[in-house]
Every structure is written in structure tokens, then in C-alpha cells.
Design a protein around this ligand. Structure first.
Ligand SMILES: *Cc1c(COP(=O)(O)O)cnc(C)c1O
Length: 223
């Protein structure tokens, strides 16, 4: 394939990688609205980490692209826990102990790295635990066999103060570091606010539309 749109996708990906390089921020390419062909294009270009927000889609793509690392970033219902335990490379959206226990049952001998999703947006309807619930959930997850808590994930509200939200997650991470001595991963920042998130210390960003939109607009028939 050598369409101009493919080159444009690779160019946009390369620009983002360059922007993330100085801070060593890991790019999660969120592929939920794009085609298998676009995933293959970025895989070939050297992108390893991809994100999906629906459990079945993660499973399907993990089976199709076993050499990519599939990050689960969306809400999880208990009856889908097996897909994440089995196929996810990392689980970013852990926000409930009972669901975590079910996922842990399906990891089959490995240690699944997880992030606890915290609601940092000051909006009630947002996913994630409240900051004041973090300590208890962190301790409980740390005792579960099969899962390894490696950090925190958060989302800023669309029209809110993104910087303040990211600073909140950073502060929670700093507190964990004080207490446990290891530097936690901070996964924060999406297409509209990732530059701010990087400034505030994101170790991973989750980017969908800014990567794939121009490609999707010209390949809408291709999924
Ligand atoms: C879809 C999604 C993203 C990517 O969003 P864009 O704004 O398209 O970059 C990031 N995080 C989560 C949890 C998502 O569901």
C-alpha cells in the first residue's frame, strides 16, 4: 500500500513520537475507531502499543495482531473479565476490586500490569474511583495474585481544567512514590490535551483521533 493517506498516517505518527521522545512518554495508539489496515501500517512502522476500549474488540485484535501489545482502556463488565485477563498486555481502567478479582482468575500464570483509574475530573459521571478511595484499592489489588499495580490512569473533563486534573493525578502518584518507593506510571492525556499531560508528567498518553482521523476520513470503507 502506498496511498498518500498511508504516508500521512506514518508522518503524523512519527511527529508524535518525536514530540514524546524527550520526555520518554510511551504512545498508546488507540485504534478503536480505525481499521485493521491502519493498525498494520503502524505496526510495520514500529508502533508496539495499541489501545482498545471494548473487551471483545481487544480480544479480536489481540488474536489478529499477536505481536502488538494490547492495552485495555475502557469500562469493563464482569462477564467480559476473561478477555482482559487472557488477552490484555496492560489493563488501564481498573476501578473495582470485584472485577479485578475476576480478571486475576484468567491471567493464567502471568502477572498482568494494571493501572488504577482515578476520577480526576471533578465530574461525578466520569469513570474511576475517587482520589480518597485510592489507598484502600491500591492495597487490596497489591495483595491479589496475578495483577501488578504499576500506576494510575486518569482523564480530564472535555471542557474542564485539564492541567489541574493532570496535576491531581501527578500528586496522587507522588504520594504513592513516597509511600512505596517505586515511581508509578501515569497514563493521562488524549488527543485534545496530551501536550499538557506530558508537561505534567505523563509517562503514557492514549491517542486516537489525532493519529487516525485523516486516515479514517479517506478509508471509511475499509474495516
Ligand atoms: C477513545 C479513548 C481515547 C482516545 O481518544 P482521542 O481523543 O481520540 O485521542 C483515550 N482514552 C480512552 C479511555 C478512550 O476511550
Amino acid at each position: 500500500m502506498n496511498h498518500p493517506q498511508v504516508n500521512q498516517l506514518i508522518q503524523q505518527w512519527a511527529n508524535i513520537c518525536t514530540a514524546l521522545a524527550t520526555s520518554h512518554t510511551r504512545l498508546i495508539a488507540v485504534s478503536k475507531y480505525t481499521s485493521d489496515a491502519a493498525v498494520q501500517t503502524l505496526l510495520d512502522a514500529g508502533q508496539c502499543d495499541f489501545g482498545e476500549s471494548r473487551p471483545q474488540n481487544l480480544r479480536d485484535r489481540a488474536m489478529k495482531f499477536p505481536h502488538a501489545q494490547w492495552h485495555f482502556i475502557g469500562p469493563l463488565q464482569k462477564n467480559k473479565a476473561k478477555y482482559i485477563g487472557k488477552y490484555a498486555y496492560m489493563w488501564h481502567s481498573l476501578n473495582d476490586l470485584d472485577t479485578a478479582k475476576l480478571v486475576a482468575k484468567h491471567v493464567d500464570g502471568r502477572q498482568l500490569p494494571v493501572l488504577i483509574q482515578v476520577n480526576i475530573s471533578n465530574e461525578l459521571q466520569k469513570q474511576g474511583i475517587l482520589p480518597e478511595e485510592l489507598r484502600a484499592l491500591y492495597t487490596a489489588i497489591s495483595e491479589l495474585k496475578g495483577l501488578e499495580v504499576i500506576g494510575l490512569m486518569g482523564m480530564a473533563a472535555k471542557d474542564g481544567d485539564a492541567r489541574a486534573a493532570f496535576q491531581r493525578l501527578r500528586k496522587l502518584g507522588d504520594d504513592l512514590q513516597q509511600e512505596y518507593g517505586t515511581v508509578p506510571e501515569l497514563c493521562m492525556g488524549m488527543s485534545g490535551d496530551w501536550a499538557l499531560a506530558v508537561e505534567e508528567g505523563a509517562s503514557m498518553v492514549r491517542l486516537g483521533s489525532t493519529l487516525f482521523d485523516s486516515y479514517n476520513a479517506t478509508h471509511f470503507n475499509e474495516t
